[in-house]
Write a new protein. Sequence first.
Length: 157
Amino acid sequence: MKYILFLSLVFILSSCKYGVTFSNLKNLETSRNDVELIATQELTTENQQILKKYFSGVKDVSYEFLNNSSMQNYTHRKFSRFFDEAICNNIILDESYYSDLMRKCSVNGFFICSEEVKLYKEILISIKKIFSEMEINTITANTACKDKLLNLGVLNE
């Protein structure tokens, strides 16, 4: 009985190994919604914090995926469980909002927002490299998602 309990515990813990990162990925939807809400507002200190939360979250999740080969393998195995065609629309900021933010962040030749805002497109391009062609096709099966990624320069077509 102890053996079965031990095996069950090991199995449960190993299946949650990357749970925090996938949870952070899902939480990006709320942060993205917050960024879209403030995109038309002035860049106050509070709004800067909202920007930092979203763009830092994107950078941190991307870093986890890019620098952990075990996580990449896990992602490929469990792709259909965590990713669907709606993920793009849920977590990726639309290019029009991003362009508005970039204009607001550039003041008299200075960039006043966090560095992650400026590097957003490069981060998305780098994370795209870990996905297989089939996985990219699944993500971009949604026309709105495909258009969003094309407008951001993540996809080349």
